[in-house]
Design a protein around this ligand. Structure first.
Ligand SMILES: [Zn+2]
Length: 316
């Protein structure tokens, strides 16, 4: 799990954070910390969650025994996250940071190994998208290309259930006084995710089509688990696909009888709309859950299931 990058010193990190702040790429969204309420009045362990699905999971497992903050404010694409000085210091003072190596390079660099829980190490990962090579030029700006595996593990509820169990074990060692409570909540969360997994498996068994064309190649684990075929237009949510890639995907979509091109909430639907009109398909939102949904992880995933069933013509 080596990234091939040397670990910078604390001073180097702060300098890098300041540099990054002046070199924002793209989204222009304000990077605000939601961890400003941290106080020293509580003896609860401070746990930092890197972005939404991990925040949800950490809240389920940590419950009221942990003081949980998140680094990625609602509405911010987590891949673009830049850390402020306050956030770097929150990570350094936290008892544990829950993250996924490869999603947010700034977080990867700020977490000390012995105080990090890398959720990707809890599950069997899949290789990164097959057209990663084409986008090598974006290596400097975005996280996906530094690692050889696809980091979007949270989109498979069965894998996330495994992460819940391992996170419970880890929190039990961080805060031994509440060990049983962490393990109990982890078991309950894993069971809820198991139920969700069964709903997906059942709901996607009998479908007219098994191909999903997505704007951002985030659904590899979902496709792997439920025997769908993902065709991602781009690997990175902010990369404009080349005309060659677009026509390649259009050809594939026509050949597979695709009726719906999926877009997502935090990314401009423009590319998917162009493709949909070329193919004669509709667009629909499939949420990769990289930002906070209007409900929670479970309700947003159930919405995704309904969207998939409609788009793929499933009877369940
Ligand atoms: Zn992503």
């Amino acid at each position: 799990m080596m990234s091939g990058f040397s670990r910078p010193s604390a001073a180097g990190l702060l300098a890098a954070a300041a540099l990054l702040a002046t070199a924002a790429c793209g989204s222009g969204a304000a990077q605000t910390t939601t961890s400003s309420t941290t106080t020293t009045s509580s003896a609860k362990p401070e746990v930092v969650a890197a972005f939404y699905p991990l925040q949800w999971l950490t809240e389920q497992v940590g419950g009221s025994d942990a003081q949980i903050t998140t680094l990625t404010a609602p509405g911010v694409e987590p891949h673009d996250l830049e850390l402020g000085i306050k956030q770097v210091s929150d990570i350094q003072s936290a008892a544990l940071t829950v993250y996924i190596k490869g999603v947010q390079p700034a977080v990867d660099d700020a977490v000390a190994q012995d105080k990090g829980f890398d959720a990707a190490t809890a599950v069997t990962t899949l290789p990164a998208g097959e057209h990663a090579e084409e986008e090598e030029g974006h290596e400097e700006e975005h996280g996906h290309e530094e690692i050889s595996y696809d980091p979007h593990i949270w989109l498979d509820p069965s894998r996330l259930a495994t992460v819940a169990t391992k996170l419970g074990e880890r929190l039990a060692t961080v805060d031994a006084a509440h060990a049983q409570a962490y393990k109990d909540r982890a078991a309950k969360t894993a069971a809820e995710l198991g139920t969700l997994d069964q709903e997906f498996a059942k709901g996607l068994t009998t479908c007219k089509s098994k191909s999903i064309v997505t704007a951002h190649e985030a659904f590899g684990y979902l496709a792997d688990r439920y025997k769908l075929k993902q065709v991602g237009i781009t690997l990175d949510p902010e990369t404009e696909p080349s005309p060659a890639r677009l026509s390649e995907v259009a050809k594939l979509a026509k050949a597979e009888g695709v009726t719906t091109i999926f877009t997502e909430a935090l990314v401009s639907p423009k590319v998917a709309e162009v493709l949909a009109s070329q193919v004669g398909a509709k667009t629909a939102v499939l949420d990769p859950l990289e930002g906070k949904p209007s409900g929670d992880y479970l309700s947003a995933m159930r919405d995704n299931l309904k969207t998939l069933q409609t788009a793929l013509g499933c009877t369940a």
